[in-house]
Design a protein around this ligand. Structure first.
Ligand SMILES: [Zn+2]
Ligand SMILES: [Zn+2]
Length: 308
């Protein structure tokens, strides 16, 4: 199983409280850090979690509301003090590039690394990052201004060699690579040994979908592709449904309904409105619709490979 951890730095909404700070999440995929949103205080939360700044090379912004962005100038400035080169890519809309590059040019001149921008079209699904083991794609959301969610999908791994069966059939070591890729083994006399006799299935590919901020939209469910963990904002409780709709946000039961419709294994709550003082109510409301609910909080680490 591979490392695929979700670190919650902030899970409050626009108004900070002593209990919650604004939105920021870090995905640790096999030692590489990917940040989703950078609300105020994110860099301090990174330090508290002992996540290494030099492993952070990609920052994905969901939208240009301040509670998702205001921590970025500070973080980039601090990275300038730590870094010895390299580059960092900020994935955002063209307006984001225009605003942020002006701020960086003024406050963070002569950075020892390059800040790159990857411009996203908020109206279309697109792959914004890909390497040999991970894909990150966007999903347009429904909010008061252009917003996208991000879906992190591990690529399917290789099958596992069944050493005892391989020895039994005298499979040479040189064939193990093709067996892991799913090929059958053909003996010198022409006998075919099917792959499923010589190997066990690959570990299931894990995935994390991050949907914030958004109104509830059941049409999104099929685009999520049954994520292992779905973060869906739970800004409100059902008693404030009208306000959720008016503000382009969701309630805990709507997030749970999305988890159910999408085939997610687990739901992670968050983006809590400051009006509520008991976070347990989000979990209780969601669990009436979907059983596997993780109550989010600052400092939480959720390891996808440990979710059953
Ligand atoms: Zn927000
Ligand atoms: Zn927003």
């Amino acid at each position: 199983m591979s490392q695929f951890d979700i670190h919650t730095l902030g899970c409050g909404s626009a108004k900070p409280t002593p209990r919650h700070q604004p939105s920021s999440t870090v995905v640790d995929f096999r030692g590489n850090l990917f940040m989703v949103d950078c609300g105020e205080g994110a860099q301090l939360a990174l330090m508290r979690k002992r996540l290494k700044f030099n492993r952070l090379n990609h920052i994905f912004l969901t939208h240009l509301h301040g509670d998702h962005v205001f921590g970025l100038p500070g973080l980039i400035g601090t990275l300038g003090l730590h870094s010895a080169g390299g580059e960092i890519t900020i994935h955002t809309f063209k307006e984001g590039k225009e605003i942020l590059s002006k701020i960086f040019d003024f406050f963070s001149r002569d950075l020892p690394f390059e800040v790159k921008f990857n411009i996203i079209n908020p109206k279309e699904e697109e792959i914004v990052f890909e390497n040999k083991s991970l894909t990150v794609r966007t999903l347009p959301l429904k909010h008061r201004l252009p917003t996208v969610g991000y879906i992190f999908e591990e690529k399917p791994g290789l099958r596992h060699i069944n050493r005892a069966m391989c020895d039994f059939h005298n499979v040479p070591f040189s064939k193990f690579g093709s067996l892991k890729s799913g090929e059958d083994f053909v003996k010198p006399d022409g006998t075919v040994i099917p792959n499923n006799i010589l190997t066990a299935p690959a570990d299931p590919a894990l995935s994390y979908a991050h949907l914030s901020d958004t109104a509830f939209d059941p049409a999104m469910a099929e685009r999520l592709n049954s994520p292992t963990l779905l973060f869906h904002e739970t800004t409100y409780l059902d008693c404030n449904l009208k306000e959720a709709i008016a503000r382009g946000h969701s309630t805990a039961s709507q997030a749970a309904e999305m988890a159910r419709l999408s085939g997610a294994k687990w739901l992670l709550t968050g983006h809590y409105s400051s009006r509520y003082t008991d976070d347990n109510l989000f979990k209780e409301e969601a669990e009436k619709i979907f059983p596997n609910v993780i109550l989010n909080r600052e400092g939480l680490t959720t390891s996808l490979d440990k979710l059953k």
